[in-house]
Write a protein that binds this ligand. Structure first.
Ligand code: ADP
Ligand code: ZN
Ligand code: ZN
Length: 818
């Protein structure tokens, strides 16, 4: 009988691929084991075994599996089911889920090697200079890597020279796979096996009396073992004995000592193992805790709606504690892990070494270690805190999932596929494990709040801040009026200015929020009106004063700020609009004694970028922190009495059906950073439309009012939550082809779904990195089968791809686009 495996490959193709294996391989293989398999002409991929069977593929000859990479599965069946759900629901391939789920170090890469073709007679005089250099190098070395060839010919693009050498049959090309993950090994020493017997040991010590240094080493080893009762590192032995490495090595050579290695994780908790006691919950937290547990009894996902600083985290902590006591695993999802050093420290305080962190700023090796710890259900990974990718770890006994700040848009992956919503995918994961799921927020998403209202989710509420701290006092300031009365100092109204002055005088800290980075989003010539645009994108370049640069925030293109207008030569360049950099500069002029820091994408690059700023602010080394929406995410500063929103209008004017909901959430969250201790916090919201409904709802904390109004509007226009949407994006570098193809697709959709198809339309930025973009929105009314609509769309895509001139147009699905 022949044996085959179906494997998932990390590519966008829908189907699985079948490879042949021997019967003994088939016996040893299990689902979730990685195999290296050939693909196409010369590629080798890491595939994941999905099915083992005896059915030969009908239309192609199955190739052989090149190599089996694992003795045991590294992916479990919970994951395979979950990934399949994600692929189906978010309209991508399971291979794409696999690719994004696995730490990249576990996806072996193949590397191209250049070898000498020994069968060929070579006439050296026929070779060009660069060809000769490569040829000569291969006389000394059996194979060359691509970078090596590049160094030899001193050129980046080596394809031409390789092609010529291939044509002349001087070289061969081979793909070699290599494992990227390298365990970190720590070297230890112990006594050689021979000397474990007492009589041997005695005679050893006797014999060493003539070699005092060596005997010192052996005695030091005894000492260390007796005291620490744990393995002894070579470095420790060196230190304790005062002997050199050479002495130790000679003992190893004589087999008196023996070296051995232990694998050690790269990230380890070094804090106290004595942990803090859990805090006693107050009555409101206690009520919420009970309500949550009641919904868990009915196996329902629960929503915890608790105002900012109401003590939600302490409720989570209590639930986590219960869960790990039952021996199960906990997943704590956050929108952006980089911003949560505070939270991680808090959880480590309670749970010490049980806490593992998984995020994108970890390097590939560290990620593999967390993966393996979860896979093996290690104590170390009992509680995993992570951003959305932590959803993909190999949990085998998940008891609780907490989704903190569940309203956050960054839970939705935007690019590349899978374009999943981590909150929703987490709920599905919870169902697979039969685990409890808790969503928490001070500003729940309309979706989740509706689910709670209709009883689909359980519900708990904390209406008061912990310790009876008052909600901040929010004041709206009319910028129109302030300008008219000439009360503005730069972008600061008199009210905001005076409040900052007062806070500084009281020794309190201030947060200023502006949702744009850089100095100014537009540079304009006051003579001819020209403003510099990105050559690759349809967008103006943002001025960054610090570097005297114009930068594109979409593709990263940048140039020095020109001295004069590039269109008319006039030197009269002016800026329009303002970003965080300009706010910072103005503050420095208005309050020269205050210490200012800025937190945005430009100041937080690097592994510890955020931490440094947050720490400095926590330690009160900084008086005023200016920042973008990064400031909103769950930070708890004790001494902030004032929050200023520089310009609320930029949030309201987004062309998006969620703009108002988002504005409410963002402002409420930023406002929530103020006055978290006894003194009531103050928030100043500057706007040209201070009578806007949303701003008024924010100012009186009227979540319910916002919810009702938004829900009504969404229903009117058939938007989520009651209806669903799929956004389809078309991308191509030719303007005409893009237009034509998107129109074709839209027409076919309209034939099936009529008025529920919107577009195609250009987005606000219609060209990014030289690719034109167009969107179509398909609305799926309540009661219509979503999977039915998806398969119709897939059918239309098939016909679309059959039209030869459309085939090169990229079609991107974004289900539940936000
Ligand atoms: P939220 O997550 O709702 O914004 P936090 O959990 O950060 O609120 O709580 C706000 C502050 O109140 C924190 O400093 C926290 O340590 C404190 N706190 C919350 N609950 C308790 C409690 N039961 N006992 C003591 N302090 C608490
Ligand atoms: Zn000009
Ligand atoms: Zn650009």
């Amino acid at each position: 009988m022949d044996f085959f495996v179906d494997v998932i490959l990390p590519i966008p193709l829908e189907r699985l691929f079948t490879y042949s294996v021997t019967s003994s391989e088939a016996e040893a293989l299990q689902l979730g084991v990685r195999v290296a398999v050939p693909f196409g002409k010369s590629k080798i991929y890491t595939g994941l075994v999905y099915r083992i069977h005896n059915e030969a593929p009908q239309v192609y000859e199955a190739k052989e599996v090149d190599r089996i990479l694992d003795d045991f599965p590294i992916v479990n069946t919970f994951q395979l089911k979950h990934w399949q759900w994600i692929a189906d629901y978010y309209m991508c391939s399971i291979g794409e889920v696999f690719r994004s789920a696995l730490p990249s170090a576990l996806l072996l890469e193949s590397e191209t090697l250049i070898l000498k073709n020994s069968d060929q007679e070579i006439d050296e005089s026929e070779l060009k200079d660069d060809e000769f250099l490569v040829y000569e190098a291969l006389q000394h070395q059996s194979s060359l890597k691509v970078q090596e060839v590049s160094a030899i010919v001193d050129r980046k693009n080596i394809l031409p020279v390789l092609n010529r050498l291939l044509e002349k049959k001087i070289i061969l090309i081979k793909e070699e796979i290599y494992e990227q993950y390298k365990p970190k090994l720590v070297k230890y020493v112990k006594l050689g096996d021979e000397y474990l017997k007492e009589e041997k040991l005695e005679s050893l010590l006797e014999s060493l009396t003539r070699a005092p240094k060596q005997s010192q080493v052996v005695l030091a080893l005894f000492q260390l073992q007796a005291v620490h009762r744990k393995p002894v590192k070579v470095s420790e032995l060196e230190k304790e004995s005062g002997a050199s490495k050479a002495v130790i090595n000679s003992l190893i050579e004589k087999e008196i000592l023996k070296e051995y290695y232990f694998q050690k994780d790269r990230v380890n908790y070094e804090g106290e193992s004595e942990n803090s006691e859990l805090k006693e919950l107050n009555e409101f937290q206690e009520d919420a805790f009970k309500a949550i547990n009641r919904s868990f009894e009915e196996q329902k996902t629960a929503l915890l709606y608790g105002v900012t600083s109401s003590g939600k985290t302490e409720v989570y902590v209590k639930l986590i504690d219960e869960c790990i006591k039952s021996g199960k695993q906990v997943l704590y999802l956050l929108p952006e892990i980089a911003l949560t050093t505070q939270l991680i420290a808090r959880l480590q305080d309670y749970f010490g070494e049980h806490v593992s962190v998984y995020h994108s700023k970890y390097n590939v090796q560290e990620r593999v270690e967390v993966w393996n710890n979860v896979l093996n259900n290690k104590n170390k990974a009992r509680i995993v805190i992570g951003a959305r990718s932590a959803l993909f770890l190999p949990y085998n006994d998940l008891g609780l999932i907490i989704i903190d700040e569940e309203h956050e848009g960054s839970f939705k992956q935007f690019d590349p596929a899978p374009r999943y919503h981590a909150r929703d995918a987490a709920i599905v994961l919870g169902q697979l494990h039969n685990s409890d799921v808790l969503l928490g927020s001070a500003t729940p998403s309309i979706e989740s709040y509706l689910n709670a209202k209709t009883g689909k989710y359980g519900f708990a509420e904390i209406k008061r801040r912990f310790g009876n701290v008052l909600m901040p006092d929010i004041e709206l300031v009319d910028l129109k009026e302030q300008s008219r009365k000439k009360r503005m100092k730069g972008h600061f109204s008199e009210r905001l200015f005076l409040q900052i002055e007062e806070a500084l005088n009281e020794g309190e800290q201030v947060i200023l929020f502006q949702n744009r980075r850089g100095y100014a989003p537009i540079v304009e010539c006051t003579t001819c009106g020209h403003s510099p645009q990105c050559p690759n994108c349809d967008v103006s370049l943002t001025y960054h004063q610090f570097r005297k640069q114009l930068r594109c925030h979409y593709c990263g293109h940048h140039m020095a700020l020109p001295e004069s207008c590039q269109a008319c030569g006039s030197p009269t360049l002016d800026t329009k609009g303002f970003g965080t950099e300009q706010v910072e500069k103005e503050i420095e002029l208005l309050f020269p004694d205050a210490k200012v820091a800025r937190m945005d994408l430009d100041t937080t690059r690097g592994k510890h970028g955020y931490e440094k700023i947050i720490n400095a602010f926590e330690q009160q080394e900084v008086d005023i922190l200016v920042g973008t929406q990064m400031l909103t995410k769950g930070l708890d500063f004790r001494n902030v009495s004032l929050v200023g929103i520089m310009n609320a209008d930029s949030l309201l004017n987004f062309p998006d059906f969620r703009a108002h909901e988002r504005c409410f959430q963002l402002l409420t969250q930023v406002a929530g950073r103020a006055g978290r201790t006894q003194k009531r916090g103050k928030v100043i919201v500057q706007s040209y439309n201070p009578y806007h409904q949303i701003l008024n709802q924010v100012s009186v904390n009227d979540y319910e009012g916002m919810f009702k109004e938004q829900l009504y509007e969404r229903e009117q226009y058939k938007y989520p939550p009651k209806n669903r949407i799929i956004k389809i994006t078309f991308k191509h570098k030719e303007y005409n082809r893009l237009n034509e193809s998107a129109e074709w697709f839209a027409q076919s959709l309209r034939n099936s779904f009529g008025g529920n198809v919107l577009g195609p339309e250009y987005p606000a930025v219609a060209r990014i990195r030289n690719q034109y973009l167009k969107h179509i929105l398909v609305k799926i009314p309540k009661g219509t089968s979503v999977s039915g609509v998806k398969s119709s769309i897939r059918r239309i895509e098939k016909s679309f791809n059959a039209v030869s001139q459309y085939r090169s147009v990229r079609v991107i699905y974004n289900v539940d686009h936000i």
